[in-house]
Write a protein that binds this ligand. Sequence first.
Ligand SMILES: [Ca+2]
Length: 483
Amino acid sequence: MPINRSALISFLLLPVLASCAMTGPGSETPEPLVEGRPNVVIIVADDLGSADLSIYGSSFRTPEIDALAREGVVLTSAYATAAVCSPSRAALMTGRYQQRFGFEYQLEGETQKRFGIDTSQRTLAQDLKDAGYRTALIGKWHLGLSPERHPNRMGFDEFYGFRGGQALFATTDDPDIVSWPPPGENDQYWKTYAASDATAFLEQDQPIPPPHHATDEFTSRAVKFIRSAKDDPFLLVVTYSTPHVPLQATRDHLARVSDIQDPNQRIYRAMVNELDRGVGAIRQALNDAGVSKNTLVIFTSDNGCPDYINGACSNRPLSGWKRHLLEGGIRVPFIMNWPDRISAGQVRGGLVSLLDIAATARAAAGVKNARGDGEDLAPRLEKSGTAHGHDRLYWKSWPSYAIRDPKWKLMGNADADGVMVRMLFDLQNDPEELHDLIDKHPDEAARLQAEWDEWNRSLVPGLWPTNKIFDVTINGRALKAVN
Ligand SMILES: [Ca+2]
């Protein structure tokens, strides 16, 4: 796949400079709010790489997501709060760093039956529901399987989807579907998707037969919800499980990428196309309902793409993958579109976080006094807004951790002997994290370490342990990434 590496690096660096230049006098005067409270649509892809969209530099086209971006804002320094699914989603749903309520590690296996999101936390959905919004979650939950953590109990009027971390998109014997690895050659792999509480599709709390194709079903349910809710303010969260494994795609979409030789990549790109078409259908439904101007649409991914699908996806030029706190694991696509409030055609480089989604949606809905770590992004993305972003972002899945400011990132991972190895990167000049500068700038490392320590003191211990420990080589050092 040809990618112009230097052009991509320029793309990653330039907006930082552009956004700095846009800060200035007059930015204190916000534009008046439009009449009527906006609808909020949050579309979350699963494990989508930071460079898997053409608007972020991919040579494969994603026209619908690109259009959403062109008519809104592309954020080039957007971060998940974790390098894996469930902790990242816990922060997205609450607007708080997930470690504040003990959600430090990935949720899976037996753990997800007993643990999950702290039910005393306020979710974005609960706040908007209380503010009079109709609320729906369509897709993957991954915040716990116990009844008290069901989406209907956490603020969503309507739920359709599954509650674990992954599920089949379609049955492997469906003649319209191609799966990889071929089911006949790897039964053991496909058995991991056997029926369970985690993989069952539910409508509200009732199990129903699995859909013909999950991505398309999520899209059609989202469209149906928009049609039914268009006369109320509504919150629609569509958490596609696409393009997370298992790699499965429809023959229809595979035919459109038949020029791709590698079978993994062919299926992966077909899945991204299905996702792209879904975004287009949701936007069309908003248009048809006459609400597109007064609807805030956010598109993002919960973490970077993984290294276990044979190079089918791309975080390039960033280093690292899902499960690492390197940029490739935590930097994600983030697009905002809100025609009534946000100027089209912007590219912004200030630091933003998935934490900001809840803060922005709460502010848009008029929710007061919500507790959170995020910032309302709307004022600074208006024509007169400032370009300022977060001063600091933090990560912790001990013994892996990181902190970054607009220039520097300090990252620690234990080695095989449990000794913490710390590295310092200048992300303004080295977004690929190729040059560890900790010996050259010990003062910056000490400053960031003290700031991380202070943040860490505000957290509570993780409520469950993890056995998710992965070998990772960073700058030639063999380390353990934990999550
Ligand atoms: Ca994920």
